[in-house]
Structure formats: C-alpha cells, structure tokens
Design a protein around this ligand. Sequence first.
Ligand code: DAH
Length: 347
Amino acid sequence: MLERIKSLREKAIQELEALTDSTSLEEWKRSYLGKKGLVTQLLRQIGSLPPEERPKAGEAANLLRDELTQLYEEKASAIKEAERLQAAKAQAIDVTLPGRRPQIGALHPVTQTLREIIEIFSRMGFGVYEGPEVEWDDYNFGLLNIPPEHPARDMWDTLYIAPPYGKEGNMLLRTHTSPDQIRVMELMRPPIRVVVPGRCYRHEATDASHEWMFYQVEGLAVDKGITMAHLKGVLTTFVREMFGKERKVRFRCDYFPFVEPGADMAMDCIVCGGKGCRVCKFTGWLEILGAGMVHPQVLRNVGIDPNIYTGFAFGMGVERIAMLKHKIDDIRYFYANDLRFLKQFRA
Ligand code: DAH
C-alpha cells in the first residue's frame, strides 16, 4: 500500500508540474482529489486493510491528500497570476511595432490654381470679395441686363431652389460670379478693383469640358477714365504671369448682356504654340475668358453715373485654367475624388 501511495504521489506531482492553465488544473484536481479521485479512492480503501497496516497507510494517505491540496493551491495562484499578466500584455501597446504612416493631405489642384490666380491679380492691386452661392434671380440676371425671357438666359440655365417671392424673384444657385459685380458696387463706390472667386452651378449635361459645378473668378475695375486699354493690359499681364512671358493674346468681339463692348480673350495654344493641334481644335488659339466694358445700364442699376465712371469686367473658369496649366483633358477628374488623380498635384 505504501508503495502505491508513493507512486501515486510521484505521478500526481509530475502531472501537476506540467500544467499551465486553470482548466487543466481543475481537471487534475478532480482526478486526484475529487469525490471519485484517485486519492479519495485510496483513502476509502484504508478501512479494508489488515488492522496492522492501517495506521501507517492511513497517515501516509492523509499526508498525500494534504500535500496535494497544498500544491494545488500554490499552482492555482501561480496560474492565476500568469493568466492575469498575459491578459494585461494582450491589451498593452506594443511600442516596438512600426507606426502607421499618416496620410499627408494636399491642396486640391483647383484650389492651387485659384490661389495662383488671386495672387497675380492682388499684385496688380485687386482685392478679393466673396458672394453667396445661393443667389437672387435679380442679381444673377436682372441687374446684369438679363431680364426674364431674355434669350441669354438659355446659356445660363440653373437649379432653382424656391418659388418666386419678394421683389428679387426666384432664388437659384448662381450660374456665374457676375452677380457679385452688383454686390461689390452696392457695397463700395469707385475706385473699385476686385476679383471674386467662387463656385457656380449650371443645369448641364456633363462632358469633358462641362461640369454642373465649377469655379469662376470674376474681375471688376471701376473708376474715372477706365478704358479697354486697361482691360487688355491687365488681362495680358495675367496670361503672361500664369502661362509664360512669351504668350500671345487675342481679343475678339463677343456678346454678354452686362458688358458693351464684350470680348472673348484667347492665348496662343500652349501645346502646339499656335500651329494647330487637338487641344486647340486646330485653331492655334485657346479661349480662356469673357470680358468687356461694364454696360452703362449695369452702372446705373447700382447708382453709379456712367457719364463719370467707366469700368471693365471679366470672368474665367478656374478648372479651364487648371486644365490648360496641367494638360488635363477632362474636367470631370477634378470632382471624381480619385486619389490617383489628386495625388499628382501635391504642391
Ligand atoms: N459671366 C460670364 C459667364 O459665366 C463670363 C463673363 C463674361 C464675365 C464677360 C464677365 C464678362 O465679367 O465681362 O459666361
């Protein structure tokens, strides 16, 4: 019997030492010290031994039970501590892992171009004004000499956002930045020299050169003695600052209801130098903006006497300038949010 106790002890201790988790520890406890455990069974057998063997065997078996219980408790607290440490480790930040590289943003190519345009005009003494994107019909059209039913409205179809009310008529998303000529002249008297950057909207079937939302920069100069020569000088300077000193410019008659005379300005094609290519549609010229002398009626509409003051105005599409500058062949890239496109313009 003593031999059996001894070998059971060795086996139990050996098994216990190999344990590393609480589940198998509990199993171990059940198989030795549980109700049907090996040690418990052993203790029960003591009674059936010959009387002379009982005291020694009983003592040894009791000692074994006490020893294993003690060892179990020690092991249990060791495992508990190890498991607690491991859980803490799993939650902890591993400072040796390489960090996640932050994505560095950049200005949108249209913003970059817009800033460049504004900078050039501010060097020529132009201030910056911004007006609302949601505009009254009267400012977008009426006060600019485009009364209701005027055929020029077809060129600027837009999104109307409220039924007619008040003396200004409909509310709409502005189709150009020209209404801000009116707003500026209502706010200040000549001398005026401002550029107005901003978003415009049109009811448009989009294609490679038309978007339903785009940016314009409007320009306005009003003072005594302003002539077409000032218009040509300022805009020629702009083109040469933006696209290079060697650029040639061309002014042709054009019609806009709010200017008289009106003009469109073109520069020689930056791709072929004027010889003719696909970009300039084999004309050698790239049209970049509309301009003209502020119509006397527009001045009268804001209470400026056209017999004393004259002015010039212009309006250009910022995406168009950016497309020419970077040789981009489809306006829709700008607002498609494709990072493969946008990442090329990290300044
Ligand atoms: N507002 C015009 C457009 O969107 C552009 C324009 C033409 C603006 C002539 C002007 C101008 O100030 O004088 O098509």
